[in-house]
Design a protein around this ligand. Structure first.
Ligand code: NAP
Length: 291
């Protein structure tokens, strides 16, 4: 199905590589005004040129944001709101998964970086854009989790370890932050019932990542990634599910969903559906986001 996105304004974070870049191209090809939010000016500018060229669209722009910094998130939102009065879709695609990190690193806001980047500051950005999303309704919020959460069936929100003070590994911190995003999605979808703003989460599976993300890894891990890549989806294929969630008119009233490629419903781990945890996570996140 070819979707119509003319007059739609779409923000996508982490748009300079992988799935984010592929989705930017596909959305721009469908006529959307795409706002690519990227961390690096150099990588962002290059990606902006690539996306414009590949989509043959000039309705694409770049705003810089470091999702680990609340000041940067606030600045990026202000820049967006200075240029735009409507927002139809936001895709929270950027995420931190830096294999090199073995110890918790604190952000300038005093939060653990992975939890800040992949959960708290996404909630902050959503909150800062919520009035505009409501004014632009019907509008959509799309979050991104990971199929790898299936390998953590008993994982729950560790309210006593949000800064990695009790234990830390990159993998654990990453999946913990993605579980938080799943719960945030389900909870926010309920909170926004009746507003015309929907909230859905994509569960990304094994998708090829650029070599540049792997060049520091030990040989045995590179081998593992080589094998994984043989079974991986391309970023372009995965991006089709982002575009479906952003654009399909049949999804206008679908909210609180969890979705796999190719456009099929997925089931979260049991703990993901615990409404008591959603509530507690919401309150803690508001405090950590400085609201
Ligand atoms: N690939 C997979 O197998 C897989 C599996 C499960 C889930 N996912 C999820 O899919 C999404 C897209 O990942 P991908 O596969 O396309 O990988 P990717 O190419 O590495 O993309 C990640 C993007 O996030 C950006 N980012 C990281 N930290 C940031 C920060 N502090 N501020 C702003 N941007 C930041 C990166 O920017 P820089 O270039 O500046 O680093 C990059 O643009 C992520 O949410 C990821 O967790 C991927």
């Amino acid at each position: 199905m070819k979707y119509e996105l003319a007059n739609k304004t779409i923000i996508i974070t982490g748009a300079n590589s992988g799935i984010g870049k592929a989705a930017s191209i596909q959305l721009a090809q469908l006529g959307a005004h795409v706002v690519m939010m990227c961390r690096s000016a150099e990588r962002g500018e290059q990606a902006l040129q690539d996306v414009c060229a590949a989509s043959k669209s000039d309705k694409v722009e770049l705003i810089l944001v470091d999702m680990s910094s609340q000041k940067s998130v606030r600045n990026a939102v202000n820049e967006f709101l200075g240029r735009h009065s409507r927002l139809d879709v936001i895709i929270h695609n950027a995420a931190n998964f830096d294999h090199r990190q073995t110890k918790p690193v604190m952000t300038e806001d005093g939060l653990e970086t992975v939890f800040a980047t992949n959960h708290v500051n996404i909630a902050l950005m959503t909150d800062l854009l919520l009035e505009t999303l409501k004014k632009s309704a019907p509008s959509r919020i799309i979050t991104v989790a990971s199929k790898g959460l299936m390998t953590y069936p008993f994982l729950d929100i560790e309210f006593d370890n949000l800064k990695g003070e009790k234990k830390f590994s990159m993998q654990h911190a990453y999946y913990h932050s993605k579980l938080a995003q799943v719960m945030f999605t389900f909870d926010l979808a309920e909170r926004l019932q009746g507003t015309g703003v929907t909230v859905n989460c994509v569960r990304v599976g094994n998708v090829a990542i650029p070599d540049t993300r792997l060049d520091h890894l030990p040989k045995w891990m590179l081998k593992m990634y080589e094998m994984k890549r043989k079974l991986a989806l391309t970023p372009e294929k995965m991006a089709e599910t982002y575009v479906w969630l952003a654009a399909d008119p049949n999804l206008q009233n679908v909210t609180g969903g969890y979705w796999d490629a190719p456009n099929v419903p997925a089931k979260a781990n049991k703990n993901g559906y615990n409404k008591e945890t959603w509530k507690k996570l919401w309150n803690v996140t508001q405090v950590l986001a400085g609201n």
